[in-house]
Ligand binder design. Sequence first.
Ligand SMILES: Cc1cc2nc3c(=O)[nH]c(=O)nc-3n(C[C@H](O)[C@H](O)[C@H](O)COP(=O)(O)OP(=O)(O)OC[C@H]3O[C@@H](n4cnc5c(N)ncnc54)[C@H](O)[C@@H]3O)c2cc1C
Length: 454
Amino acid sequence: MSLSFVIIGGGPAGVSAATNAARLGAEVTLIERDVLGGAANLWDCIPSKAMIVTGGELNQIRSSAGMGLESMDPHVDIDALRSRISVMTAKLADSNRRLLESQNVNLVSGTGRLVDDHTVVATTASGEQTFSADAILVSTGSRPRIPDWCSPDGDRVLTTRDAYPPQSMPEHLIVVGSGVTGVEFVHMFSSFGSKVTLIVSRQQVLPTKDPEVAAALESDFLRRGVQLYKGARAVGLERTEASGVLLRCDDGRTAEGSHILLAIGSQPNSEGLGLAEAGVQMDGPWVKSLDHHLRSNIAHIYVAGDLSGKLPLASVASMQGRKIAEHVMGLHKVDHKHIDYEKAASAIFTEPEIADVGLAEADAFAEGRKVRVTKVPFGSQAKALINNDPRGFVKIISDPATGVVLGGSIVGRHAAELISVLALAVTNSLTVSDIAESLFVHPALSEALAEAAE
Ligand SMILES: Cc1cc2nc3c(=O)[nH]c(=O)nc-3n(C[C@H](O)[C@H](O)[C@H](O)COP(=O)(O)OP(=O)(O)OC[C@H]3O[C@@H](n4cnc5c(N)ncnc54)[C@H](O)[C@@H]3O)c2cc1C
């Protein structure tokens, strides 16, 4: 008889685990309470990038004079934008459904919870269904963290989930939080023409990123008139008659705007899942000490995606799902590599776009590690000039003795696509010569990678 695998949560982690385990022969049930593809599809990756791409098109059209075109003055149609996003989300949910159905995954629309370590109950519109499981995956994701000094109302006080797009386009948006999510929203709304103020708790936006990369973004924000409150923490909020909201910071400064958007991280969806009742050891809202295979203290109960507390990225969640499926089906005994989170590529969809992978230059120096750093600006590349966008650079960090590529950063147009070359190199210990010896296309931005690898 085939192994029964029950998954709670159909985001990137759950969908990937389900399709891979079913392909390998498991009898899979996937319980999802909302939309297949998860928050990634409905609230996070897809709508935010759709809005950013629309804003990017606006910026391109605004700079059309530099391309030999008459300049135009386009405006945003907020209803058309909203419907573009919902059509896209529905299409992606549908293609997930088709994929899962083609693999004979039993899809259950409902809310799942464990009743013991081998039993999952789904509460559905037509009542409760009980499933007995040899292995269980909990991949219920996360939601925006709300600070105690304000309550989002979906009107003027927004979380990221209220912003696709908001009811009215903000005249002046205050963004709290200057990590990846915060800066993407700054870029998005300033492209739409909103005035934006960004509250930066440290002295640098993107505090965990290479300072040179963060500086490139800061200078673009300043060029666009974004106001930066550096070294300020938001501590209080009032609604005002005049402008909408008034934000108070711990250093005494205040910011007035029409809307405020919170981008201060997320919290796990672990309530009501029956984890502790099933014997899973918890550490507050998180599952305690997952092993390399993402198993909890109960060996057949796995945790993946944002709930695992590893790297909160959809790409990582999907990979975790695949690895768990392989482990459940015993494939790890044959050819299994653990996920190396240090080698995950990530991108920030701003203008210029930012992407990095592996070792950062600043971290190498902080560790006193000898590295070779080569940097090529896009300004010297034919394709960047053709694109009328010479901003940014490619930076490759390699081992001076062996030439092995240890990491890299790319700032500039299509950085999120271009970083794949460096991700492949970092994951497979390729050398700078492997990149330099590859015949890339001309004219293409990837030529900067080949040059930096020489
Ligand atoms: C604004 C924003 C933009 C982002 N952009 C990117 C990006 O560009 N690229 C990237 O890689 N990452 C991005 N991320 C991160 C990414 O969205 C998450 O890392 C990813 O969604 C995590 O996937 P997951 O499978 O853990 O969970 P989710 O995508 O959160 O899915 C979990 C699913 O579980 C369901 N669920 C919860 N509880 C239950 C229950 N009891 N029963 C049944 N179903 C349940 C939920 O309905 C949901 O569908 C972004 C995040 C944010 C906030």
